[in-house]
Design a protein around this ligand. Sequence first.
Ligand SMILES: Cc1cc2nc3c(=O)[nH]c(=O)nc-3n(C[C@H](O)[C@H](O)[C@H](O)COP(=O)(O)OP(=O)(O)OC[C@H]3O[C@@H](n4cnc5c(N)ncnc54)[C@H](O)[C@@H]3O)c2cc1C
Length: 481
Amino acid sequence: MQKAMIQKLRDKLGARYVLDKPEELAVYECDACTLIKKAPELVVLPRSAEEVAFVIQQCNEHKVPYTARGSGTGLSGGALAMQGGVIISMNRMDRILDIDPRSRTATVEVGVVNAWLNEALKPYGLFYAPDPSSQVACTLGGNIAENAGGIHCIKYGVTTDHILALQVVLPDGNIVWLGSKSRRSHGPNLVGLMVGSEGTLGIVTQAVVRLTQKPEKIRVYLAAFDTTRDAGAAVSSIIKSGLMPSALEFMDAFTVKAVNQAFHVGFPEQAEAVLLIELDGYGSQIVHDELKLKEILEEHNVSQVRIGETEAERAALWKSRKATVAAYGRFLPAFYLHDCVIPRSQLVPILEKINEVAERYDITIGNVFHAGDGNLHPNILFDPDDAKMVRNALEGGEEILHACLAVGGTLSGEHGIGIEKAEYMSLQFSEASLDKMKLVKQAFDPTGLSNPEKIFPMRNGCGETHRATTPALLAGDGLWI
Ligand SMILES: Cc1cc2nc3c(=O)[nH]c(=O)nc-3n(C[C@H](O)[C@H](O)[C@H](O)COP(=O)(O)OP(=O)(O)OC[C@H]3O[C@@H](n4cnc5c(N)ncnc54)[C@H](O)[C@@H]3O)c2cc1C
């Protein structure tokens, strides 16, 4: 990278906010997807949209690719600088600019961490609903870029349902506002397009988000089942009954053992599956819902029910759920995670398939996922120093992904495509739809400098595109750590 460009960036942002030493860059060489590493050539930490625009103008002038980064908790390699270039870290843009309880909106800079916003909203009796399990670390910008979900999204919707307006620095360096605080907007929905575009169409700098009133009553149920079949059937019955739980999460026996060992929470270890179900609401509605839920759980042979009533009891149950990945770390040091969404009626057959794959490849898989949304998370644990285990994890993972797609599933529910799943896109989308998506990308980013190599398959021809990521990793195409 040209020294003149680095100097201009230092002059504008301040020398301490432009990093180029190898030990500084190493911090930015991966995200939470442990499969792939790639260090950038430069990291900048702007403080305003104007500074972001200046960085992009410099990148355009010198034809240098750039990639936005929040906290690097992404699980698909989206924040990696695949072609080197500049990482634009958004962490210094971390101010909550306005909380407006009358219109139930907040205006934030995108480096604000998800949990910080909810902490600030407590005195108003409001909350920001999308709550990824990583919420104590991930930024709202990363959530917007990935269209993040979370345990409460079954009732309240994912990130896109809570974004009213966005300030974006476009790849041509212009700063624009998309959408409107007034909840009504005309013309093509560019806010909707930007949410979930993984930093490929521009860099989001501010957001106006929708806030939700805290419900009067909340109760969390831990329901244990002797068989996965009973737990899966209970999920289907809850959905079919018209009940609208605010969370409906699944943990398998291995996951229960892992969280017990890590957090000493005493979840029932004799169970083959555990559901965490949250009901929230007002007045007599919640009493009615509780009776109905109890009936359904009994119909499906629930073996044990524990209720979290107080805030502390509920927090303990959710803490264990949200920190399962940390608990898995006690068994093996790395994990490879798929994020397919399947029709909820297919939960049991796919879980059986996952178990069969685990046995055949001799790998450990922990299942903890958003059952109410059909959003699976098979966590395939492995040791990066064991080549055979790595190969089995990748190949077993690919088989699971194919099985999910075969029952009408989708590639990703919330973790995005990034680099890790880009080569699988042609399994889900036709060439014609991929071409249209690429045209959208070109319309926003004709030079292709904004987060290159993400979302779209890079390999072409001979039907090879869909097989590339896993084989590329296996063949050591320079991607593997
Ligand atoms: C333990 C654990 C649990 C998780 N649980 C969940 C979960 O329940 N639900 C869920 O949805 N995800 C979950 N994730 C994944 C991850 O936390 C989310 O994808 C999160 O939204 C990423 O935010 P981040 O700030 O870390 O973004 P990063 O990882 O830094 O970046 C992610 C993507 O966003 C882009 N980006 C970042 N900021 C901007 C910006 N300002 N403008 C444009 N593009 C930008 C990057 O280029 C990249 O493509 C989990 C991750 C971990 C490690």
